[in-house]
Write a new protein. Structure first.
Length: 477
């Protein structure tokens, strides 16, 4: 039976997967070792169904401890809970075989804080399972994450080694409220690790997924496969690295933000959410926009993506959130997400990308969701939906992710609603045309306002979960 020390295992994760000797195992289905890795990164303070994801995860896992068969031995790991910037912040809270009560205590004490070092946590988790006795039982590593690797690791390559470490090991993954990019990586981890991927977008789904994980982990082991030659590598795509993240987990905006024309009564940072209230008319083109939030930190020197994730009430039918680069009310380049009720009774949300220079402006708009009413039929992506109420309800429960991207001198934007899919069941992502700017259009800014002045009443309310700046480089850089 082959074993691998931590040093050798870490070196292995940086190189091509090497096959180890494989054996054939025959054990009862209920006998297994299960090691959970629970995401403790700062993004777990984000909310699903108005409840922080970490709260849902902790409550579900605590209940789960009483339902796991007694024959199964359980352990618990986490990452990102002690250092906001460390890529080695990975801890084994309870080794495999710990008591259920000790594991419950550890779950209760987890407080999300930092990064998402998935690669390093998989490395440590696999090492733990390789070392746990007996070795001839089914061993399962269960990763629960709400996002992508943020420490430049290659978790797919690490997971690919699970079947070749001399024990019968599989890697299962639960993706909790993830975007398309994170979903692709997490699916790859499960596939390469010989396990199963569970995609979860709400509280009830998380409970169902965790119950099924236990069933899958208890399945009788299969003989470990013989390594096959590695396929030819595909052309490398861009390397995306998190440059800055704000999860609003304090009690005020961080030091990298300033507020122009502040009205402190109309915004609050609380419970990992920046909530902005507005009855003010005037967007980036206003001379004095209320509560214009400017990012004062550094930006990547080359290409980048800026992502903001939020929910909203969308009750006034003139609700607007704008994200972009603003110099003043005559010069800016910005994307926005709007809820609109037009004169012709067209009810819709739409994404827009606007470029303003020297007082003149141009705008691309793309409808995202529309009802069957009115005269906007030709612009309905899904042929129109049955009324505004379900669209409004979705905006309260399913976060919208709005992205502004820079590639060279070209700027584009896209929007996605987490959990909303096209008729084929795929994530529905809407992308804009492009604008070119020879110089930087201004400071990164954020604004919530009511986009119409006449015939509109009520308040605009937006709840912002996170703002992330990603640096984008070619693979060869």
């Amino acid at each position: 039976m082959h074993r691998m020390g931590m040093g050798k295992l870490a070196n292995y994760f940086l190189a091509t997967v090497t096959a180890f000797g494989a054996g054939t195992f025959s054990v009862q289905a209920a006998t297994s070792d299960i090691l959970f890795i629970l995401d403790g990164s700062g993004s777990m303070w984000g909310q699903i169904d108005k409840v922080a994801k970490i709260t849902t995860a902790k409550e579900t896992m605590t209940q789960l401890m009483d339902n796991v068969p007694a024959e199964a031995r359980i352990g618990l790991m986490t990452y990102g809970t002690t250092d906001k910037k460390s890529c080695r912040d990975v801890r084994v809270l309870n080794p495999v075989g710990a008591s259920r009560s000790d594991i419950k205590d550890s779950i209760a004490a987890i407080k999300p804080l930092g990064k998402t070092p998935i690669s390093w946590s998989l490395a440590m988790g696999m090492e733990q399972l390789v070392a746990s006795e007996p070795t001839d039982v089914q061993k399962s590593l269960v990763l629960i994450s709400d996002g992508i690797e943020t420490c430049d690791g290659d978790p797919c390559t690490i997971a690919a080694g699970a079947p070749f470490l001399g024990v019968n090991m599989k890697v299962h993954v639960v993706g909790f409220d993830v975007d398309a990019q994170a979903r692709q990586q997490l699916q790859c981890i499960a596939e390469k690790g010989g396990g199963k991927y569970f995609d979860v977008s709400n509280t009830a789904g998380f409970g169902d997924a965790m119950a099924e994980v236990i069933q899958v982990a208890q399945a009788a082991p299969e003989p470990a496969p013989v390594a096959e030659p590695e396929p030819e590598p595909e052309p490398a795509g861009p390397v995306i690295t998190e440059f800055f993240r704000e999860d609003f987990d304090g009690e005020a905006l961080g030091e990298n933000f300033t507020i122009v024309n502040e009205n402190s009564e109309n915004y609050i940072v609380e419970g990992g959410v920046l909530t902005i209230l507005s009855t003010h008319f005037g967007g980036f083109d206003a001379a004095e926009p209320e509560n214009l939030i400017e990012y004062t930190g550094d930006m990547p020197s080359g290409d980048w993506d800026v992502e903001i994730q939020f929910t909203g009430e969308f009750t006034t039918m003139a609700d607007r959130l704008t994200l972009g680069l603003r110099k003043d009310n005559k010069s800016y380049l910005a994307t926005g997400y709007y809820g609109i009720h037009t004169v012709a009774d067209c009810e819709k949300t739409e994404m827009a990308l606007t470029k303003a220079a020297g007082g003149s402006s141009d705008t691309h708009t793309r409808p995202f969701r529309t009802t069957k009413r009115g005269q906007c039929y030709h612009n309905r992506p899904f042929g129109g939906e049955d009324g505004w109420d379900p669209i409004q309800a979705d905006h309260l429960e399913k976060p919208v992710k709005l992205t502004l991207s820079k590639r060279g001198r070209e700027y584009t934007s896209k929007v996605e609603m987490v959990g909303f899919t096209d008729p084929d069941g795929n994530p529905y992502i809407l992308e804009s045309d492009k604008y070119t700017s020879l110089r930087s259009p201004g400071k990164l800014s954020l604004l919530v306002d009511r986009m119409k002045e006449k015939y509109v009443t009520g308040e605009v309310l937006m709840m912002i979960d996170s703002l992330v700046i990603n640096e984008v480089k070619d693979a060869g850089e």
